[in-house]
Design a protein around this ligand. Structure first.
Ligand SMILES: C[S@@+](CC[C@H](N)C(=O)[O-])C[C@H]1O[C@@H](n2cnc3c(N)ncnc32)[C@H](O)[C@@H]1O
Length: 250
């Protein structure tokens, strides 16, 4: 039985598709890309399209989504982060003195839109980022093609991939959290993202595995008011709307 997630892809500009996309189309073991003529993709379809040099996801309900790493990195450059005050840097144990070969070896097990991965990369780390959803992974790979960064991006369930890799010092984990009852709707990107990915129901199981794999600590991102994914974190670092629960490995 083919359990791959089927993804519709417009044939627009097929001659100018980047190599990674051409390879993904041929890699039937990993991706199930169904190429359709642009004119056949109706207004009630969700699909990928390569347009204006960018891979984009078209959601019939919510609109377009692509990731722009250049914009995000420029934003970080404009901030004057003090690592000793940034909750994420503190939770991960990234200090200003972690430079070059001394940078921490960190896995972002849940790359998603790449926002946290980019921030961790900006803070400074030897970073491997995992994404298991094929559509999100392809959007991430395209963003990295347009704006290359020193990030080892891997398309796989982090636990499966991680079992064959040397252990990192830190595993960062930000699973999809069940929707909250909120009056204000989340941003468009979040709506599209949630629609694609759904919920990460295996989060607790993953955390238990991460605690056996990381050599130094595991950090879990939670909404500020949520209960910890596992009780009694070693320390918690509060941001505006989020909290980073850190579990130290002793
Ligand atoms: C809440 S989002 C992460 C958001 C991310 N921190 C960001 O900055 O956009 C969770 C993402 O991680 C992926 N994911 C969840 N569990 C995973 C796992 N065990 N291995 C690889 N990817 C995973 C999901 O497919 C989803 O894209």
């Amino acid at each position: 039985m083919n359990e791959l997630i089927k993804i519709k892809m417009s044939d627009a500009q097929i001659d100018s598709w980047p190599l990674f996309l051409q390879e993904a189309v041929k890699d039937h073991d990993k991706f199930c890309l169904i190429i359709e003529p642009e004119r056949k993709l109706c207004s009630n379809c969700d699909y990928l399209v390569f347009d204006k040099g960018t891979l984009q996801y078209i959601s019939s309900e919510f609109g377009k989504m692509s990731f722009n790493f250049e914009e995000t990195m420029l934003y970080h450059q404009r901030q004057r982060y003090a690592l000793t005050k940034e909750p994420l840097a503190r939770a991960l144990g990234i200090k200003g003195d972690n430079k070059g070969d001394n940078k921490r070896i960190i896995w972002d097990a849940t790359c998603g839109t790449g926002k946290d991965t980019l921030l961790i990369s900006y803070f400074g780390a030897h970073l491997t980022s995992f994404e298991r959803h094929p559509l999100i992974y392809l959007l991430l790979q395209d963003a990295l093609r347009r704006f290359p960064l020193d990030i080892d991006l891997r398309f796989q369930e982090a636990k499966i991939s991680g079992n064959n890799l040397p252990a990192p010092e830190v595993i960062y984990f930000d699973p999809m959290y069940p929707s909250k009852k909120k009056s204000a709707l989340p941003r468009k990107e979040m709506l599209i993202f949630k629609d694609i990915v759904g919920e990460d129901l295996d989060a607790s199981e993953f955390l238990e595995w991460a605690l056996t794999k990381a050599t130094e600590r595991v950090v879990v991102k939670r909404p500020s008011e949520a209960v910890p994914l596992k009780l009694k974190p070693t320390a918690s670092y509060k941001g505006k709307s989020t909290r980073y629960d850190m579990y130290k490995i002793f």
